[in-house]
Design a protein around this ligand. Structure first.
Ligand code: ZN
Length: 311
């Protein structure tokens, strides 16, 4: 089945976003602070080129500033996070979409917890026992929020709820129950944010194909996580830009270290600048080579490009 991702383009406003006080359109008349996109031109980009974006999302700090930074880089989340709000415009108001901090934090928390659980389950990490507990009458999941408060808890299986599932887990097993919980929560999110199948035309309008289409950025993030689980994918953090990216086993060594050729080049430029800084401060060539994990011949070329011998 041709069920590939066709979410090739998403937009973010060139003017960025801002936090403002507004009223929900169908609400109680109570005002809240909302993240709203700036007016004007939108910049289109393909979120699928950022292969580890769901991991980046899972690490956002639960603050207005951090959320604003992510939204300015990748756009609003949409999905069930967006609410219709009345935005004051002169004497009247216009209806627009706004996103509350607590809706963002709820998605970030959910993603962070499930990614963490999946990572621990894949590596058979003993810390899984902090999250998956065998207690009468079954097995349950518990987790804290980013401030350490116990916030979430759910029975994975009991003698009444999914008794067949409970029988399948060897008693004391934490990996199986953890993966079942991840499966359940990811599926809920895919439904909640409307990630669904669509028949779409190819670029030349000659053939209809079946595709899975996330209609919002938040839907895309959960779908990207689901693809990571499906493909049992590995991720690395780029040492230059600090972004997560999918590490493919067939890439060359340097491609596996950096997320892109531009980050590789940028890291190289920083290394040369650092070598020159150390050299100007009186550090010897051999010591610089040791500190920067390089060779004295290379360092010599960086600090003294004209090729004259020194220290
Ligand atoms: Zn990078």
């Amino acid at each position: 089945m041709a069920a590939d991702l066709t979410f090739t383009s998403w937009s973010r406003p060139e003017a960025g976003h801002r936090w403002m006080v507004a009223e929900p359109v169908n609400g109680s008349g109570e005002s809240h602070r909302y993240l709203v996109p700036g007016v004007g031109m939108a910049h289109r980009y393909g979120p699928a080129s950022e292969t580890g974006l769901f991991r980046h999302f899972a690490e956002i700090e639960p603050t207005e500033a951090s959320v604003l930074g992510f939204a300015d880089a990748y756009g609003s989340l949409g999905g069930t996070v967006a609410e219709p709000i009345a935005i004051p415009s002169g004497e009247r108001s216009i209806v627009g979409a706004g996103e509350r901090l607590r809706s963002w934090v709820s998605e970030i928390d959910a993603m962070r917890r499930m990614v963490n659980l999946w990572d621990l389950a894949r590596s058979r990490d003993a810390r899984l026992g902090d999250y998956v507990l065998w207690q009468e009458p079954g097995v349950r999941w518990v987790d804290a929020d980013q401030r350490g408060r116990l916030q979430s808890s759910e029975w994975i299986a009991t003698d009444k709820l999914y008794p067949d599932l409970l029988d399948r887990f060897p008693r004391g097993d934490v990996v199986g129950p953890a993966l079942h919980l991840v499966q359940r929560q990811v599926n809920r999110k895919l439904v909640e944010h409307g990630v669904s199948a669509r028949l779409l035309w190819d670029a030349r309008y000659t053939r209809l194909g079946l595709h899975i289409v996330p209609l919002s950025l938040i839907g895309f993030l959960w779908f990207q996580f689901a693809q990571a689980i499906d493909g049992d994918k590995d991720y690395r953090r780029c040492p230059d830009c600090r972004k997560w990216f999918e590490s493919t086993p067939h890439a060359t060594r340097s491609d596996r270290v950096f997320c892109s050729p531009s980050c590789k080049a940028s890291a190289h430029r920083k290394k040369i600048a650092e070598a020159r800084r150390l050299y100007a401060g009186g550090v010897g060539i051999k010591e610089i080579a040791r500190q920067l994990d390089s060779t004295p011949a290379k360092v010599q070329g960086w600090v003294n490009p004209s090729g004259r011998q020194s220290k």
